[in-house]
Design a protein. Structure first.
Lengths: 115, 107
């Protein structure tokens, strides 16, 4: 069955970077893109960007341009999302999801940014 | 960017009720619309894609309709496990965008 398993929670200082992983299984990894979505405490869902696993094309929300990098490693069927220059308002649960219609989601990774 | 506006933001309903949530896009997105259900502390659960197609394993009490700019999610015979927050998302053009969510609460 399709599974997306994300890395564990992170605590970071303001100004630091975080890299969240999303390991896929149960399907051909290169056949679907991966979206990244975040949810701040008590808030709604916010789309961060998308990467084509097939050709590594990316599309980022303007809000994160210059601070985010999405990559994949097809040898391990893993997608990564790195967010730099962290601020306190980046504290959120970060999710990966498969494909444009997001038919499968990872369990989420809590990133806490605090001094 | 395409703005997605859900209404209402919240609603109260009783077990057994039928509820309808509306999602409006600021421009034509054809049928590139998905609906998700989210329980507190859990990842969103996909319900519908392509505006009206049920994701695998989703019960038929959920239905979606619409095309272009106006969409609806209908839940028939509301059960306790259906009380949650529901989100729409367009994936017709980048940046993909979510509605602000509709919280369905128990009356």
């Amino acid at each position: 069955q399709v599974q997306l398993v994300q890395s564990g929670p992170e605590v970071k200082r303001p100004g630091a970077s975080v890299k969240v992983s999303c390991k896929a299984s149960g399907y051909t990894f290169t056949n679907f893109g991966i979206s990244w979505v975040r949810q701040a405490p008590g808030q709604g869902l916010e789309w961060m960007g998308w990467i084509s696993v097939y050709n590594d094309n990316t599309n980022y929300a303007e809000k994160f341009q210059g601070r985010v990098t999405m990559t994949t490693d097809t040898s391990t069927n893993t997608a990564f999302m790195e967010l730099r220059s962290l601020r306190s308002d980046d504290t959120a649960v970060y999710y990966c999801a498969r494909g444009g219609d997001a038919d499968h989601w990872g369990q989420g990774t809590l990133v806490t940014v605090s001094s | 960017d395409i703005q997605m506006t859900q209404s209402p933001s919240s609603l109260s309903a009783s077990v057994g009720d039928r509820v309808t949530i509306t999602c409006r896009a600021s421009q034509d997105i054809r049928d590139y619309l998905a609906w998700f259900q989210q329980q507190p502390g859990k990842a969103p659960k996909p319900l519908i894609y392509a505006a009206s197609r049920l994701q695998s394993g989703v019960p038929s009490k959920f239905s979606g309709s619409g095309s272009g700019t106006d969409f609806t999610l209908t839940i028939n015979s509301l059960q306790p496990e259906d009380f949650a927050t529901y989100y729409c998302q367009q994936y017709q053009s980048f940046p993909w965008t979510f509605g602000q969510g509709t919280k369905v609460e128990i009356k």
